[in-house]
Design a protein around this ligand. Sequence first.
Ligand SMILES: Cc1cc2nc3c(=O)[nH]c(=O)nc-3n(C[C@H](O)[C@H](O)[C@H](O)COP(=O)(O)OP(=O)(O)OC[C@H]3O[C@@H](n4cnc5c(N)ncnc54)[C@H](O)[C@@H]3O)c2cc1C
Length: 413
Amino acid sequence: MPDSTIVVGAGAVGLGCAYALAKRGQRVTVIDRDPVGDKASYGNACALALTDCMPLSTPGIWRSAPGWLLDPLGPLSIRPSQLPSLVPWFWRFLRQATMAKVEACAAAQLQLNGRVWQDFEPFLQAIGYADRVQKKGMLKLYKNRQSFARSPLEWRLKRQQGFQIELIEREQLRAMEPAVSSSKQFAVFHPQWQIVDDPEQLLACWRDWLQSQGVTFVSDEVQALLSDGGHIVGLQGAKKKYSARQVIVAAGAWSAALSQSVGERCLLTSERGYNTTIAEPGIEVQHMLMFAEEQFVATPMGQGLRIGGAAEFAGLQAAPNYQRSRALLTLAKRFLPELGGGQGHMWMGHRPSTPDSLPVLGPSKKSQGLAYAFGHGHMGLTQSITSGELVVEALLSGNGAHLAPFSISRFDQ
Ligand SMILES: Cc1cc2nc3c(=O)[nH]c(=O)nc-3n(C[C@H](O)[C@H](O)[C@H](O)COP(=O)(O)OP(=O)(O)OC[C@H]3O[C@@H](n4cnc5c(N)ncnc54)[C@H](O)[C@@H]3O)c2cc1C
């Protein structure tokens, strides 16, 4: 194992790093407390969200957040017991809400997303999953055209990037998605979005491929990174100590404790998301649907129709509050009136979220041989392969200059 690069975390981002290393002929060990178990990457909304670029913190968030918090069907909730520990995160989040910072974040996000499909397509071919990812596209649904016109920044940024989007009027929307109620009268079609048939099965296929390339998976809980003389030397696990000259931390929402163990602070929190998958919804949905005002999505995927969203700030330990899933289903029935299929299967996952909605990518400033790949928030499935490529390139070349917007040192300011 000393010659092997250790990746901590077997979610999509850790597996993306392992893929990039294995492709380059490197020996790789992935350590995860539960490599095949539940994680954010396992039950998400299945989207390769190629045109998504807007950070969560935008000018005007001050006005919207109180209403969301008060609405039991609203997209945002915060457990009061978590508030003290969340103050630094939210303070930074609110300071991000300026036009200049939003533009800078969107540009950085598009730096990644601009190459996602170029990276993802050959990966899907390599692991044998290409025919289970479909270019269904995403329809962002609005109450009416006026409501769409209230978010000009998002559309200006997307148009500047040359993204092809199509404005869909009422009649065309009815023809495209007859199951959607007439309370949605306008939509924007994003033909680029790809839908993964089933993220759980994608991960299984990905792990099998990595194992076939000699990647080793170890079940252990990593307690600390071990650094000596400014160079990473290994990890302390719950079961044993591991030696390594190269380590990538890709431990999702749990990564901050590990970076902290070598003295690197970052602002990372769990933004818990919920969904319900209905095996037999009794309606046909052709595209992924995003309900713009209510902020939830419905994805037609292998297991049925997956309805999800919500941002719950309740930390890593608290039990899931499936009332959030039920609230999303109630909301969905408002806009998909024929939706049937009972209560479905409910799920919660920890999105690893930073206040600027950008991931932490690139080399550590404190310990040579150490790199970070976490904090992907709503975009971890989409950006997994690209992040793996960029982080591994930076780790192996020792040059992370191109990853400056994503550096962990941005949290020093
Ligand atoms: C409801 C919902 C819907 C979403 N929809 C989408 C979508 O449509 N498209 C998209 O791109 N993204 C989506 N996301 C976001 C995406 O799922 C996440 O960004 C992504 O899965 C994060 O991947 P990860 O590998 O960083 O973390 P995870 O998948 O959480 O994996 C982290 C792994 O690290 C392991 N680990 C942590 N700490 C330790 C430790 N100390 N020792 C050992 N192992 C450790 C954990 O066991 C876990 O297996 C969604 C998220 C949610 C919750």
